[in-house]
Every structure is written in structure tokens, then in C-alpha cells.
Design a protein around this ligand. Structure first.
Ligand SMILES: Cc1cc2nc3c(=O)[nH]c(=O)nc-3n(C[C@H](O)[C@H](O)[C@H](O)COP(=O)(O)OP(=O)(O)OC[C@H]3O[C@@H](n4cnc5c(N)ncnc54)[C@H](O)[C@@H]3O)c2cc1C
Length: 447
């Protein structure tokens, strides 16, 4: 009997224990492996064009690595999986476990619809969400003790890449066409991801601790995209970190944040939509469209914010420091609910990922587990001056401001008559809105 591996967020051959389990099952049966990907029209319609375009490219790369044998089928997973399992006569369906709310629900539905077992092996994380608890047996609420338990628990070594696999020749609908997008996407696929990581280990990782907060310098790995699609597994990165001849604890700690957010969402699936705690009264929010549109289009008049929002539209990616600043600006200067900003990010980010996106938004909004306190309001000017000290990042993404040298670019309104006419004045006064946010916070606390 051929074995069946259903690819989802594990679009790779190396270090993929679920795929290895399918290959082993086929070896024992002396049969072939069917590599399947399901295009669910409901999901396909819901995702932003940058993510879909990247996914289509990643699937093409996977198909190539599978000697053109990737089987793509369209339809709801709970219909497609039983049909394919029957068609090929598979004794089980192998998957990497889904851990976020949608994937868990979908897999439960598939499991009910199948008449063979759904075999889950591994997860997209080094330590599966839900595995770690405090000594009292409760979920972790705070990052630092979580990271300690995560390090103590450890993870297995990367799984070997299966060799000479007899991929089955089964009819496929073909990889879907990618939607049009103006976003400048990075190279997709497992091979490109490994090349990116190898180059970063060689040229960037040693400086990560000092440069990671500088959006004007190419100081971070940009691996959030391959990690999101499972073109690389974090276990592979963690194994390589131990080989580096310099300190890699800061980079490892960022991977731990990724695991912490997945763990929080595992225990609190509602966090994908709702604040884990309310911090301001409901009447604090502005549900209008004008300021939201200015933020989304990068026209707030705050150069550091606008540079980030335009980088997002150009690359489908934004530097982490700037993500924090633009998110804080939306929630605390414009008083817009974090959920609207999170949805905009999901529409544009190529690495848009429910656990990381929603929980980071909740962190900035002060509503999450171990979140930044609500009264911490990022100052969009001083953040720019500190992390983009010469203004190069702003000038790269906001062409109207290219004529302003140095850090003066962070406050064009100070230039008086010399300020560029085609760049907007600030849509709000940060000092005033910060006070409004703090007053809202105090009202919420006293209520
Ligand atoms: C409002 C907001 C929304 C975000 N939305 C997403 C999202 O949808 N998808 C996503 O992958 N990340 C998200 N992040 C986290 C972070 O900004 C990105 O992971 C990071 O910018 C990716 O760039 P990089 O790979 O160069 O990171 P690096 O600095 O090179 O970090 C290495 C890896 O560590 C992980 N990491 C780093 N910072 C964080 C963090 N704050 N939280 C969780 N993991 C982290 C990522 O997997 C990243 O690839 C968000 C952050 C904020 C503040």
C-alpha cells in the first residue's frame, strides 16, 4: 500500500519527521509515497495576494524537489483527504501536527471524515505548543520562565532528509497560478531558505545582538518567511546555532518568542480574535476609517511610521522594531483596535502567521500574556532617531523626504518653509494622543 503525506506548513524534505514516517511506512510495505497538497478554496480566498503568490512559488519549488510528483487537489480538506486516501489505498495519512485554532479544527474534521488514521508526527516548533507547563502544571504566562523551561526541555536533532524516495505518479490539478502582486517577493522554497540561512550564518549572525534593532541595516535574518511555510524547521536553525563560534543566545531567544506565542495560542485559541485582557474602556476606540487609511497607506506625517507601512507594501515584510512602532501608533496614537491592524498585516505580510501576528499585536497593545504595559507608548520620533540614526531607512521608503539629510528627516515639520510640500503634516500630535491613551488606561484600571 502506498503511504500518503499531506504537506501543509512543512513545505520541505529535510528535517521533516512526518514525511520520514510516511517514507518509512512505504519502505516497509515496499511501496510508493504520495505527496499531497490541498488547495482549500475558502483559505485561498481569505489570504492576501503576497502570501498566496509566495505559497504558489514555494509549491512549485517543492514539486521540483519531488521530481514533479506533487499531487495538488482543490477542495475542502475534509472531502479531499478521504477521497485521495481511498483512491490510492493509503493505510493512513501522515501530517505535521497543526497547532493553531483553524488547523486544529480542520484536522479534527478530517480525522472524523477519514476511515484510516491521521498520524501526527512533530509540529512546526522545536517544542510542541502545550508540551511545557509550570511546576504547578499550568500554562506559562510569562516569557522568561517559559524560555527557561523550553531550554531545559530541549529538542531532538534534525531529522535526516529521505533519499531515493519512490514518489507515486498520481494525477494532480497542478500548482495554482499565483495572483498578481506588486510586492517584491524573496526567492521561495527549501533550497532558497537554506541558502539564505547559510549566508546569514556566514555574514550576519555574529552581529545579530548589536544590529537587530536597526531597520536601516540589513541586520536580521528574514527567515520568518521560510519558517512560516515550513521551508525550514526551527530545529535545524537551533542545531546550527550550537556550532557557531560566537554567542547566539539573542537569536535563539527570538526563536523562543515564536514558540512562546504558539504556546499561548494553543492554550487560548480565542487570542486569535479577542484581547486576553481588556485594558481600556470600550468607548476609547475610534472605529472610523480616515486615520486608519492614513496609517495603512503610510501617510501619517510621522516618517518612521510611514516608512514602515510603505516597506510593508513594497516587500510584504517589515522590520520588527518598526512593526512595534507602527502597531503602537495605531493603537495608542490613533486609538484603533489592534484587531484592525492585525488584519491589515495579515493581508500584506508574506510571513503573516496567526500565532506570531495576533500575539505580537496583543503584546504591543498591552492585552496579551507578558505584554508591554499599556502605558508604554512608543514615541515615533525618538524611536526613529534612535534606531535609524542617520535617517537612511526613512529616505529609502519615503521618497518625498529624500532631500532631507541626516536625522532631521524624522521631524520634517521642523523645517518650516523648507519642509517638502508633498509630504503630509502629522495627522495627530503624539504628545496629546499619548495623554489620551494614558487617561483611557487609568479610566480602565479604575473602573
Ligand atoms: C505587530 C507585530 C506583528 C508581527 N507579525 C508577525 C507575523 O505575522 N509573522 C512572524 O513570523 N512574525 C511576526 N512578528 C514578529 C517579528 O516582527 C518577525 O518575526 C521578524 O521581524 C521577522 O524578521 P526576521 O526573520 O528577520 O527576524 P530575526 O530578527 O532574524 O529573528 C529570527 C526569527 O525569530 C523569530 N522572531 C523574531 N522576533 C520575533 C517576535 N517578536 N515574535 C515571534 N517571533 C520572533 C522569527 O521567527 C524570526 O524569523 C510581528 C511583530 C510585531 C511587533
Amino acid at each position: 500500500m502506498p503511504s500518503l503525506h499531506w504537506f501543509r506548513r512543512d513545505l520541505r524534505l529535510a528535517d521533516n519527521p512526518a514525511l520520514l514516517a510516511a517514507v518509512e511506512e512505504a519502505r516497509v510495505a515496499d511501496d510508493e509515497v504520495v505527496p499531497l497538497f490541498v488547495v482549500d478554496p475558502a483559505l485561498w480566498r481569505a489570504a492576501g495576494a503576497p502570501r498566496l503568490a509566495y505559497l504558489a512559488r514555494s509549491l512549485r519549488a517543492l514539486d521540483e524537489a519531488l521530481d514533479g510528483r506533487l499531487v495538488v487537489r482543490h477542495g475542502a480538506a475534509s472531502s479531499v483527504l478521504p477521497a485521495v486516501a481511498r483512491e490510492v489505498g493509503a493505510p493512513s495519512v501522515h501530517v505535521t501536527a497543526a497547532t493553531e485554532p483553524y488547523g486544529r479544527r480542520r484536522d479534527e474534521a478530517v480525522e472524523r471524515a477519514l476511515d484510516v488514521p491521521l498520524v501526527r508526527t512533530g509540529s512546526p516548533y522545536a517544542v510542541a505548543p502545550g508540551r511545557l507547563t509550570t511546576q504547578a502544571g499550568t500554562p506559562f504566562q510569562v516569557f522568561t520562565p517559559f524560555r527557561g523551561a523550553w531550554l531545559d526541555h530541549g529538542w531532538s536533532v534534525p531529522a535526516r532528509r529521505p533519499q531515493r524516495v519512490p514518489w507515486a505518479d498520481v494525477p494532480s490539478d497542478g500548482v495554482p497560478d499565483e495572483p498578481g502582486t506588486d510586492v517584491d517577493l524573496p526567492a521561495a522554497g527549501e533550497r532558497a531558505a537554506h541558502a539564505r540561512w547559510a549566508a546569514y550564518v556566514q555574514d550576519g549572525l555574529a552581529e545579530y545582538g548589536t544590529l537587530r534593532n536597526r531597520p536601516d541595516l540589513d541586520g536580521t535574518s528574514m527567515l520568518s518567511i521560510p519558517l512560516k511555510y515550513g521551508e525550514l524547521h526551527p530545529r535545524t536553525l537551533l542545531a546550527d546555532l550550537t556550532q557557531a563560534p560566537f554567542d547566539t543566545a539573542t537569536f535563539r531567544s527570538e526563536l523562543a518568542w515564536r514558540e512562546f506565542h504558539a504556546d499561548v495560542l494553543w492554550h487560548h485559541p480565542c487570542a486569535a480574535r479577542r484581547s486576553l485582557r481588556a485594558v481600556v474602556p470600550e468607548d476609547s476606540w475610534d472605529d472610523g476609517d480616515a486615520s486608519f487609511a492614513a496609517w495603512a497607506e503610510g501617510r501619517t506625517g510621522y516618517p518612521f511610521v510611514d516608512a514602515g507601512m510603505r516597506q510593508l507594501r513594497a516587500l510584504g515584510w517589515m522590520h520588527n522594531r518598526v512593526r512595534m512602532v507602527v502597531a503602537s501608533f495605531l493603537v495608542k496614537d490613533l486609538h484603533v483596535r489592534w484587531q484592525r491592524g492585525a488584519q491589515h498585516f495579515m493581508d500584506w505580510l508574506v510571513d503573516g502567521d496567526v500565532p506570531q501576528n495576533q500575539l505580537n499585536w496583543q503584546w504591543v497593545a498591552g492585552t496579551g500574556r507578558d505584554a508591554a504595559p499599556y502605558f508604554r507608548v512608543f514615541n515615533p520620533v525618538t524611536q526613529g532617531e534612535r534606531f535609524d540614526p542617520d535617517g537612511a531607512y526613512v529616505r529609502e521608503w519615503v521618497p518625498e523626504l529624500r532631500g532631507i539629510p541626516g536625522r532631521a528627516v524624522h521631524q520634517p515639520w521642523r523645517l518650516g518653509l523648507e519642509a517638502p510640500e508633498d509630504y503630509p503634516a502629522p495627522i495627530v500630535d503624539h504628545a496629546v494622543e499619548r495623554k489620551v491613551a494614558l487617561d483611557d488606561f487609568h479610566r480602565g484600571r479604575d473602573a
